[in-house]
Design a protein around this ligand. Structure first.
Ligand code: NAP
Length: 281
């Protein structure tokens, strides 16, 4: 048996077990591979991960609040995980624990086209923003970073510049104030804040003008709740291209599954399962 899981705290809301189980079934691996959710308190994370290889686990996804601890517990890490400073995918093999970050590759895969030479605004400076900025800057976008707590945006830009993602002389990666973000012209906007999980009005909390969400813009909202987020609804109503948080979840999950199984999962099967649709529709 090859066991897989998502480790988080809390984790009961996660769509990953349904999505990954459907993907494994569609690949014909359902009788040999399983995927479950495991709630792990932060002070148990290291010990829990070290026990998993002895319990038939081939790997795990890692979510809030363990992504930094996941990198720290690993024996080897991909360049993405090292430079972002966090991992969301662990694989267990004879050589030890390997850490990867598929949030970054998953975000790029969810976009409708290449970002090289595009202007991007990333909202937020937490873990998902770090992965987004790393991915977009590495793919050649010019990235502005806004965060409610401005010093965290400064720190993020400085850290990723140290990690070699920046070309500061060309001004390709920079923190911006709310006023600068509102005045700026962006082809891609990525919401990596927690705004949108509740009933808040995103346009009150984020430096975005709904009037400027037009057909020239791609909006990505990492937040996913039960229904379409207000940001995604607003963007779609104004003909902007919108990518929702479930699509990004599907793409990062597909990349993790490729790492563990070496096989190409069916994205539509994963999308339907993530959205709670049965295989019969
Ligand atoms: P995090 O590290 O806790 O960062 C939270 C961010 O939200 C910070 O930048 C924080 O700003 C900002 N924020 C919180 N409350 C705010 C408010 N009232 N107004 C403005 N900004 C506010 O979280 P994370 O891991 O980056 O995750 C962020 C969101 O992305 C979550 O909703 C998460 O579920 C989602 N996510 C989705 C995927 C996916 O696959 N779709 C993957 C990862 C994360 P301060 O620094 O000022 O506190």
């Amino acid at each position: 048996m090859n066991r897989l899981a998502v480790l988080g705290h809390p984790v009961s809301h996660s769509r990953s077990p349904a999505m990954q189980t459907a993907a494994l079934d569609a690949l014909g691996l359902g009788s040999e591979w399983t995927y479950e959710a495991i709630d792990v308190e932060p002070d148990r994370f290291d010990a829990c991960v070290r026990e998993l290889p002895g319990e038939e686990f081939a790997g795990v996804n890692v979510t809030i609040p363990h992504k930094e601890a996941a990198l720290a517990v690993a024996d080897q890490a991909s360049r993405a995980a090292q430079e972002i400073g966090a991992a969301n995918t662990l694989s267990f093999a004879a050589g030890g624990i390997r850490a990867e970050n598929t949030d970054a590759t998953g975000l790029l895969a969810s976009l409708p086209g290449p970002v090289e030479g595009r202007t991007a605004l990333v909202l937020g400076a937490g873990g998902s923003a770090r992965a987004a900025v790393w991915a977009l800057a590495g793919a050649g976008a010019s990235v502005s970073v806004w965060n409610r707590t401005g010093t965290r945006a400064d720190d993020l830009v400085r850290d990723l510049a140290v990690a070699g993602r920046d070309t500061p002389a060309e001004g390709l990666l920079a923190p911006v104030s709310g006023d600068q973000a509102r005045a700026g012209s962006y082809e891609l906007i990525v919401n990596c804040t927690a705004i949108g999980m509740g009933d808040e009005d995103p346009f009150e909390h984020l430096p975005l003008d709904p009037e400027r969400l037009d057909a020239e813009i791609v909006l990505v909202d990492l937040v996913y709740a039960g229904s379409e987020s207000r940001l995604v609804t607003e963007a779609r109503s104004r003909s902007a291209k919108a990518v929702d948080g479930l699509e990004v979840l599907v793409r990062q999950g597909a990349e993790s599954l490729r790492i563990w199984t070496g096989m190409e999962p069916d994205l539509d099967v994963m999308r339907d399962a993530a959205r709670g649709k049965s295989p019969d529709g």
